[in-house]
Ligand binder design. Structure first.
Ligand SMILES: [Zn+2]
Length: 133
């Protein structure tokens, strides 16, 4: 069942509401940016995301195919969410679940994690090593 959470960056300039069903699973990925920033994602539709504050505090980073818009707070540097547009999914938001301020930790830890091997573009099986993600 979807619940509404409030997410934010570290300094609080960026705040949003997100309707997320954590029981549907979360994602960790071994691509270069997810590895370096240890990003832990939940994917939601645009109808489930509302930016409350901080649009002018957001900076955007893109690389490689530039399919994903990696947003981060230009004051504190935290990636609290991003978005993308995909032929299969349409527009989507990727919520960094560690930035959800009011999430229950036990509930978050019960969320099944799918590990994605984007580094090798092998989406059929998880990466051989995931402990560092
Ligand atoms: Zn911030």
């Amino acid at each position: 069942m979807k619940k509404t959470y409030v997410g934010s960056c570290h300094c609080g300039a960026v705040r949003y509401e997100a309707d997320v069903d954590l029981s549907q699973g979360t994602y960790k990925c071994n691509c270069s940016i997810c590895t370096k920033a240890r990003l832990w994602h939940a994917i939601i539709g645009p109808e489930d995301f509302r930016l409350l504050a901080g649009e002018s505090s957001l900076s955007e980073y893109q690389f490689h195919t530039k399919q994903l818009h990696h947003l981060f707070c230009k004051h504190c540097g935290v990636h609290s969410f991003g978005w993308g547009d995909d032929a299969d999914l349409g527009k989507f938001y990727t919520i960094k679940v560690n930035c959800l301020d009011d999430v229950d930790l036990d509930e978050l830890l019960r969320s099944p994690i799918t590990y994605v091997n984007k580094r090798d573009n092998d989406f059929k099986k998880p990466p051989a090593e995931v402990r560092h993600l």
